[in-house]
Every structure is written in C-alpha cells, then in structure tokens.
Design a protein around this ligand. Structure first.
Ligand code: FES
Length: 339
C-alpha cells in the first residue's frame, strides 16, 4: 500500500511509517517538532492550515477547533489523516522534536493492583525496552474496542519493557470499563509512545509536583525520576495531591520507598469537600490544591519548577494562580492540557 505524502511549510517531507498515522503522529515519527499537547482533539495546540490535498477527520467538531479555524481551513494534526498527498502550513518548533523515538509496540497485560478506591495500576510488558522520560504519556489502543486513549506512565524507563499506568475508573468510560472489568492476563494491546512535554527537567530550582485524580501517575514518575537521576541532592521536591474525599488522597505509599522521602521529598495531601464523612475521617488539610500550593510556598513561589496534571478545573486554577497572580515564568511551568 502506497502511503500519502505530507509536506510541511514547503520544505519538510514526512516519511510515513504507518499509513494510518495522523498528521501529527507521522510528523513526530519523522522527527519534526510539530506542536501538540493532548493528542486527543481538545487543546488545539496541533492546528495546521491545509494548503492542498485532502484529509479525513477522526473527530467531528473537536473542542480544539473553533468555527473561525474551520473557516480558515485549519485542522487538528492529532485528529486528521492524509487521504491524498497534502501540503500544510504550521509553526514547527525544536521544543517539540521528540527526545525519544516514538514507537508502536505490542504490549501484554501482566496484572493490576489497587492504588486507591478508584485508581488501579495496570502493568504491561513489551518485548522491547520501555523508553520514555519521567512525566510522559502513551497512546493505548484496545483492539476489540477500536479506541485509543492517552495515559501517563507511573514508572521509569527500563530495559525489561515494563509499562505501568495508574488509571482512575471513569463512570461509563469505554476504556476504563474494559481495563477494570474485562482485561485478562496475557491480553495484548498496542502502546504508542512516548509523548508529552511535561517531563522532568534538570536545573537548580526546587521541584513542585501537583496532581489530582489520575494526574497522579506522571507526578509519581517525575518524583521517582528526580530521585533516580540524583536531581534531589541539593534541592527539595514538594508533592501536592488533591481529592474530593479522604478516600482519594491516600497515595503516600507511592513515594515512601524513595530514599529522600521525609528529608527531601514532602507529601501534602488536601481534601476539597468538608462533608460530614470527610470531617469524621480526615484530620489533614481541607481546601483546593492550588490554594494549598500557594499557602505552603508563600513568597518563594516564583523560585520553583512546577509540574502538574489532573482534572481541567484544577490545572486551570493552578495555572492562573501561578502565572497571573504570582507571575511565575512560563518556562518554569510544565503540564499537558487534557480536557
Ligand atoms: Fe491536537 Fe491537543 S488538539 S494535540
């Protein structure tokens, strides 16, 4: 089968390795710095202008595209495939050039265990090494469901080919129904990875990780990575985790086996709902996680490197607190927008 060709900005030709790849995935696999975040049609980071040729859309009315974009013949790289040779215009940037070659791998399910009452860690194994940066995500394709979902790894790169994902059960969610209720040991899925820009950086600033819900996984990976890479020799890491209920925030065991826990790594759980049940069972901090970050870091807030992941209201509130209220420079803030 002959693949359609993609030309970017009249100068770069994408080498199609998989004919069913989206414009974004094909461009990244060719080593081009195509901007993106969510890989799911929501954030709008991967917009391009179609100059000639035809594409098919995988998502009707994606939230990442406005009516004005559509009038201007703009499309989303992560939600379109070339169905003829195409020429497109977009803003490539070195920042998005993949650090690690992205690959599609067959992965065997080997087991799962509980992290909280509604988050489980699912473990898959590939024949090849697991190569990614702490904080990155993978696209998981479940063959019988015909759907693809982005989930972050909670472990670190390893030669055993082990990939761990901490996933929160979503009511009526197709992929989480499959993972929580149907998947069996030895079932095979596809992992396409690694993706994401919110990976751990090495610099002199103290680190802050903030998570809510299944934003836990990338922050656990970043914390393990900072420990393993020796980044905590001269600095501290504050790990904030927010949840509605006391039952949500019992995730400290994810960090307690790290050698710096309690001396360089500090865990700050916070519960947002002051319900009768929470008041009865929780003697820790109440409030929103972005308020907790602000309160604890105080006047030094501009001196930290921030990583965060979680539900959109949480990431939006935190972003506003850091950037608008405290003028934390944009290059000290790392998160991938998922909606
Ligand atoms: Fe394509 Fe977010 S909309 S990367």
């Amino acid at each position: 089968m002959v693949s359609n060709q993609i030309n970017i900005n009249g100068e770069k030709d994408v080498c199609m390795q998989h004919s069913e790849d989206t414009v974004l995935l094909a461009s990244l696999r060719s080593g081009f710095g195509f901007p993106y975040e969510c890989n799911a049609g929501s954030c709008g980071s991967c917009k391009y202008e179609l100059l000639c040729g035809q594409v098919e859309s995988l998502f009707d009315n994606p939230p990442g595209l406005t009516a004005r974009d559509i009038r201007k013949n703009m499309h989303l790289g992560c939600q379109t495939r070339a169905i003829s040779d195409i020429s497109i215009k977009t803003r490539l940037s070195d920042e998005y050039v993949p650090l690690t070659k992205t690959e599609r791998l067959k992965a065997r399910f080997v087991g799962a265990h509980d992290v909280t009452h509604d988050i489980k860690e699912f473990v898959f194994v590939t024949d090849q090494a697991a190569n990614f940066q702490p904080g990155q995500y993978a696209l998981l394709t479940f063959p019988n469901l015909g759907i693809k979902r982005a989930y972050s790894m909670s472990n670190l790169a390893n030669s055993k080919g082990e990939w761990c994902f901490q996933i929160r059960k979503v009511p009526n969610g197709k992929s989480t129904d499959f993972l929580f209720n149907e998947i069996s040991v030895s079932d095979v899925i596809e992992i396409d990875a690694p993706y994401g820009m919110a990976y751990v950086r090495d610099n002199s600033r103290n680190i802050v990780c903030v998570a809510g819900g299944s934003g836990l996984a990338p922050m656990v990976s970043i914390t393990k990575g900072a420990s393993e890479q020796g980044l905590l020799k001269n600095k501290n890491l504050h790990f904030f985790y927010g949840g509605r209920s006391y039952r949500d925030v019992g995730v400290e065991s994810q960090l307690t086996n790290l050698p710096e826990f309690g001396t360089k790594i500090f865990f700050h759980p916070v519960v947002s709902e002051s319900s009768e049940e929470n008041l009865k069972h929780w003697s820790g901090e109440f409030g929103f996680v972005h308020e907790s970050v602000e309160k604890r870091l105080g006047g030094d807030i501009k001196d930290y490197e921030f990583y965060f992941a979680g539900p959109p209201p949480m990431t939006k509130s935190l972003q506003e607190t850091l950037m608008l209220k405290h003028q934390v420079p944009f290059n000290q803030i790392h998160f991938d927008r998922f909606f």
